[in-house]
Design a protein around this ligand. Sequence first.
Ligand code: DQQ
Length: 534
Amino acid sequence: VELNHLHRTGFHFQPKRHWINDPNGPMYYNGIYHFFYQYNPKGAVWGNIVWAHSVSTDLINWKPLPPAIYPSKPFDQYGTWSGSATILPGNKPIILYTGIIDENNTQVQNYAIPANYSDPYLQKWIKPNNNPLVFPVGVNKTAFRDPTTAWFGKDGHWRILVGGRRKHRGMAHLYRSRDFMKWTKAQHPLHSSAMTGMWECPDFYPVSLDSENGLEVSVIEGNIKHVLKVSLDETRYEYYTIGKYFTKIDKYVPDNTSIDSWARLRYDYGNFYASKTFFDYGKNRRILWGWANESDTSIEDVKKGWAGIQTIPRKVWLDKSKKQLAQWPVEELETLRRRKVHLSNQKLNLGDHVEIKGITAAQADVEVTFSFPSLDKAEAFDPSWVNMDAQELCKHKGSTVQGGVGPFGLLTLASQQLEEYTPVFFRVFKAKDNHVVLMCSDATSSSLKKKLYKPSFAGFVNVDLAENKLSLRSLIDNSVVESFGAGGKTCITSRVYPTLAVFKDAHLYVFNNGTETVTVENLDAWSMNYPLMN
Ligand code: DQQ
């Protein structure tokens, strides 16, 4: 298989070949970042899943190691599915993962430990014979998976969550243990929600109310809030809520500003699934990994010999509003920046698009701030849109539909004559007593190729427009555009497959299609280098 494929990413996490999905057990241990992921060693479609393993000292350059966990025992012979790492007292990492034990897809929770703690790469993992640790008793046995990192309670018990479902109610089952080996199911799940279906890959962690620093999961009291994220099997969307963890009763309650629905808060309003965070105690930050699946057909995946990437690891923290999270690519990514171009004070009138020349537009990092003199020309926000999904709105109000304040933004992965382009843009609406900002990353015109999934991904941006400014950062990497609106309040990842806008033939533009003139206050764009990638 020809691997130097035109859609292969340059600086996103990928193995050399084959299928990848969920990030598993990310951790920082003795100066090294470990990253595991669901991997098919035999092909570019899902199947034969093992825990592939790579290590890094900077989250950007990766060295591949042999798979750490693979089916080999009665308690996992039909599958080694997702899970998490916990670092136990005495600096001892342990992995919890889901094992599939029969042809009926029965799920159990297992553990694995390093064969040799002094091997800096922790290459070999042992699955002791007292596995499984948790059988699916009193739960739906085919909807019982993806254990979280464990946290430690005041009562001397460890706790974990396991994703589940009862009928159509999604839930995070809670288990407690004194010794990490014998686990007892709590009577009530930590949290559940009707009509959401199976909760895959739950993630539960504290966030600080007074700093962007991350917190270790066992910090369960203090000036903090908690985040619960779940991945919905049926819609393939993830969502999170911000809330309070009542430790005495072991219940999590979302704040009343934080509604339990995938139509609300999401880490990413695009192609992003099965995500997982970990606490990086080297730099006191919490880091988020997420999987971005392909949007082409599996026939194409087999042809190209690979499928799936991981998004760039993001620092995640509680936004100043305290009502949502904010995210930003880890600072280490900036070590890949090479040639830089700068633009300032560029006016964009209705219909203008101005090329940003001098960088490799197929593989770039772009940071831009736009300003507008006023919001007077903002289009009216139709009250009936309140319950409309942002994606639906973006589909109707695309980058070529003239507006008032916006649409303006970037045309990424664009061909010279604009036969192909992936616009990432804002559009401001005037509602009854506020402004509504829509951010879109629209794949509709991304490729001349047929049979691709080309969604108009979009999210609202809860941002203060007092200064009449909006900022955007986009990481453009051949077949992926990862965008961060308003300093990371709204993030959208799109997978796109241009046929003309590839390598040197890819272009980058700033554009405005609103009647209000927009100014590019500042734009910095860099060509991005290739890291060592597996
Ligand atoms: N992927 C894993 C499961 C998980 C799902 C299997 C989420 O453990 O629920 O590869 O993408």
